[in-house]
Design a protein around this ligand. Structure first.
Ligand code: F6R
Length: 606
């Protein structure tokens, strides 16, 4: 949700702080603020708007400081105003706090603190923290004790960091559920909601666990448990991502760059250690029920997995939206929950896993961000190795997760003897051809897709239709359109049309139909019926299909013809097309592609 960064060093740190917080902007970009220590006085600057604008307008880089924290906000409690922007200070100005998460008992704390004479300037939950720190410092004259006492008062979730004039050379931070990590370098220490905040400066990180707090100075750090106050020895995590892959590299947007990275990320998914996938397959095999969970895009990835695994391995693994999981499922200790999450921090998905764990179930996950909460929580993690996905819209991570699920389906099929070794090898060689096919399509067809998007970008309503495994592809494609172009797009199974939706067909709604290759005879024919049904009512249909040119003369209003590929990769190839279509529609509409409104990359609140 929100992003936190911090730097404590020997020289001026404002530039490193700027780069740190800018690279976390994907977590929220409603408003931005910094607190910088100057001798033992704290300067706070904050305002609404994005990081770059804020730093320029407020001349932040001109302020010299060796200790500072920064925050980029995704509003949850309180509107997007300057007053609601972090950092928040205590009344005497001696504490400045940034926070990510939700203090669920903040109303009670606010009432209590107001009674005691503390004044509140914002509508946020966070502002109780500096007042509590101030209150307990005045009682104990010790910053660490004030922190512990404050933490004992807080219910809910937090990753928080503060600086204090009482200890001007340190940043102090604490974590419960929301992510926080330290970057360890020579003569300089960093703090971030994730590695991106300091990957340019150091590859050595310490991932804080729930219940821990850390005190960091320029050449030392100490991590303690805030319940026992005992020191905790933390392992150093080596960050494997390189900082170059977090840069735009000549592309106008991260979204486009990440779509173009898919040949590589699919290859990375195919290179995942076979034994690791076998272990997860074994867990599925031994469980009574395996549930696939994810939310937003990853729910559609899970749905895709449900279809693929059912057809490859004849095994039904129900997919559930993580936020619904707790209400709908019947989890026992013989269950397995396989979660899918790019960030590894999504509150809903982590909660589903915690719920499953509490029932004694096994847990596993496919995650992109190493060191993330989900990757550390589950019994078995598959790190997908897609590299940093900076655009808020998920593209390369989702496609790579689908590739992993296909491999799981194949391995399960082999284990259950639904297929033999030869069929398995054949399927794997088909998958190995996929990166080259994506590359060719991106190079050869993006101009054409751009043209179609540009011709129809003013259309306000779209129906995305698919049958079978093409249905989750339609859902995910429609989500891309909604979130990046803010255009109404509804994904639907093709069979739904005749159960009511046909009434909507007129010249104010366009349809996109995901048509399988002809070899998938039944599905192909059923999908073509959808096209006919819409065309019979003079509706517009963009058909994405694999037939020869001219084969379906006059049937489609627009058609996008793809080269013949195996039915196993056909829906995935269509997804790549739909990602580009949403991207170009968004650029025609001049949307803020990498930071679309009302969406954050890491939704760490429920
Ligand atoms: C869509 C999107 C969101 C995320 C969802 C889950 O493009 O980005 O729908 O897919 O919030 O996030 P992760 O995968 O990080 O758990």
């Amino acid at each position: 949700m929100c992003g936190i960064s911090g730097v404590v060093g020997m020289k001026d740190i404002s530039n490193a702080l700027y780069e740190g917080i800018r690279s976390l902007e994907y977590r929220g970009y409603d408003s931005c603020g910094v607190a910088l220590m100057n001798r033992d006085k704290i300067t706070v600057k904050k305002n609404v708007g994005g990081v770059e604008d804020f730093f320029r307008k407020e001349n932040v880089l001109r302020i010299k400081s060796k200790v500072g924290i920064a925050h980029t906000r995704w509003a949850t409690h309180g509107k997007v105003t300057k007053n609601n922007t972090h950092p928040f200070q205590s009344q005497d100005g001696n504490f400045a706090v940034v926070h990510n998460g939700i203090i669920s008992n903040y109303r009670d704390l606010r009432t209590q603190l107001s009674r005691e004479g503390f004044k509140f300037d914002s509508e946020t939950d966070t502002e109780v923290i500096p007042h509590l720190l101030d209150k307990y410092f005045k009682q104990t004259r010790n910053v660490e004790t004030a922190l512990i006492k404050t933490l004992h008062q807080l219910e809910g979730t937090f990753a928080m960091a503060f600086i204090s004039s009482h200890n001007p050379d340190q940043i102090i931070c604490a974590k419960r559920e929301s992510p926080l990590m330290l970057g360890i370098a020579d003569g300089c220490m960093y703090l971030g909601s994730d590695f991106n905040a300091f990957i340019d400066y150091t590859k050595n990180a310490i991932v804080l666990d729930d219940g821990e707090f850390a005190i960091i100075s320029r050449d030392s750090y100490i991590v303690k448990n805030y319940l026992t106050r005992a020191e905790v020895t933390k392992p150093i995590t080596k960050i494997e991502w390189d900082s170059e892959s977090s840069k735009k590299g000549g592309y106008p947007h991260y979204m486009l760059k990440e779509i173009y990275e898919q040949p590589q990320t699919v290859t990375n998914s195919l290179d995942i250690q076979s034994e690791l996938l076998d272990e997860v397959v074994d867990m599925i095999y031994k469980s009574d029920h395996t549930y696939l969970v994810g939310v937003g895009t990853t729910y559609y990835v899970a749905q895709y997995g449900q279809y693929m695994i059912s057809s490859l391995a004849r095994e039904f693994l129900p997919s559930l939206s993580s936020d619904e999981f707790v209400s709908l499922s019947n989890v026992t200790k013989k269950s397995l929950v396989l979660a899918i999450s790019q960030s590894g921090e999504t509150y809903d998905t982590l909660s589903a896993l915690k719920f499953a764990h509490a029932q004694g179930a096994q847990t596993a996950a496919i995650v992109n961000v190493m060191g993330s909460s989900i990757s550390r929580f589950v019994d078995k993690v598959i790190l997908q190795g897609s590299g940093p996905e900076i655009c808020v819209i998920s593209t390369k991570a989702a496609l790579s997760q689908m590739i992993i699920l296909v491999q799981i389906g194949l391995k399960l099929a082999l284990k259950k003897k639904v297929i033999n070794k030869q069929q398995m090898n054949q399927a794997m060689s088909t998958l190995r051809e996929f990166p080259g096919i994506i590359e060719a399509i991106l190079n050869e067809r993006s101009g054409f897709i751009h043209r179609i998007a540009n011709a129809h970008y003013k259309m306000k309503h779209w129906l995305y239709l698919g049958r079978g495994v093409y249905y989750p592809i339609a859902l995910e494609s429609a989500l891309k359109m909604k979130e990046v172009a803010y255009v109404h797009a509804e994904g639907m199974p093709g069979g739904f049309l005749k159960h009511g939706t046909l009434a909507m067909i007129d010249n104010e709604i366009n349809s996109i139909v995901f048509i399988p290759p002809k070899e998938d005879k039944k599905l192909y024919e059923a999908t073509m019926h959808c096209v006919e049904e819409i065309r019979a009512r003079s509706g517009f249909v963009l058909g994405i299909h694999f037939d020869e040119r001219g084969k379906n003369k006059n049937l489609f209003s627009e058609e996008l013809i793809l080269p013949k590929v195996s039915p196993m990769i056909a829906p995935l190839l269509q997804l790549v097309i739909a990602q580009l279509f949403a991207y170009f529609t968004a650029t025609s509409l001049k949307r803020d592609v990498d930071k679309p409104r009302s969406l954050a990359k890491s939704v760490t609140v429920g």
